[in-house]
Ligand binder design. Structure first.
Ligand code: 6PG
Length: 229
């Protein structure tokens, strides 16, 4: 069941709104609890959002901890690395907690779960915000339709059994994503319209299993959906 849906004329407008939402949520969390913990995704869609956040500079603060929803099993210098994307756009002021993509995937997942347990204490870890993307097949983070990782209930972080684009991935699991206080999903482009429709209809895709998602869409991804004005 989705929360709010907002539709934008351009990726630029969507990105401005997403960056403002992240900054506001981080500010509110710091005010309420002294610290903000967010988890970010990779992919093409959030790049501009991250550039705007980097220019604003508010996330370069030890009281803001930046984690990842997922990572490809590549070194942090690889152009497919989500850490590399975030470091190049938002920047890493020593507050970015990366998944070690260069390590053996199952070991990297275990180590990241141990890090989350250390930072959050007893579970489930309540991120202040998770920023998610959406695949045309309905995947979110690295939870792909039909994969065993989607059914995981106990572990917080797992490695995918399958490789995607030649590399396995490490991903937060649905219970962790669902436990976040704010869940924002970005989708742009007509290729995403069927997956967006499935999420809005409460369908069977991994993304559709998350409750209370805030969706920021461009007009092409929204397809025939109309946001209430
Ligand atoms: C990643 C993601 C993944 C992504 C979608 C959409 O690191 O790739 O976490 O779930 O958000 O595949 O990717 P695009 O934004 O590139 O369409």
């Amino acid at each position: 069941v989705t929360g709010r849906v907002e539709i934008f004329r351009s990726l630029e407008a969507l990105s401005g709104r997403a960056a403002a939402l992240v900054a506001r949520t981080v500010g509110e969390a710091r005010w309420a609890r002294g610290v903000a913990r967010i988890a970010l995704s990779g992919g093409r869609t959030p790049r501009r959002t991250y550039e705007i956040l980097g220019a604003r500079g508010e996330l370069a603060d030890p009281a803001v901890e930046i984690f990842f929803c997922d990572e490809r099993c590549v070194p942090p210098t690889d152009e497919r690395s989500n850490y590399r994307l975030v470091a190049a756009t938002i920047g890493d002021a020593g507050n970015v907690r990366r998944i070690r993509g260069e390590d053996e995937p199952d070991a990297a997942a275990e180590a990241y779960e141990a890090l989350l347990r250390e930072r959050f204490g007893a579970g489930p870890p309540a991120f202040d915000l998770v920023l998610l993307g959406l695949g045309a097949d309905g995947h979110t983070a690295s939870l792909f339709p039909g994969a065993p990782e989607v059914a995981e209930r106990r572990r917080w972080v797992v490695a995918t059994r399958e490789a995607h684009g030649g590399v396995r991935r490490v991903t937060l699991t649905l219970p962790v994503l669902d436990a976040a206080r704010t869940k924002v999903l970005l989708a742009a482009g007509a290729a995403k319209a069927p997956a967006v429709a499935d999420v809005l209809a409460g369908g069977a895709s991994p993304a559709a299993r998350l409750r209370g998602l805030r969706m920021l869409l461009d007009e092409a991804a929204a397809g025939r959906v109309r946001a209430p004005r």
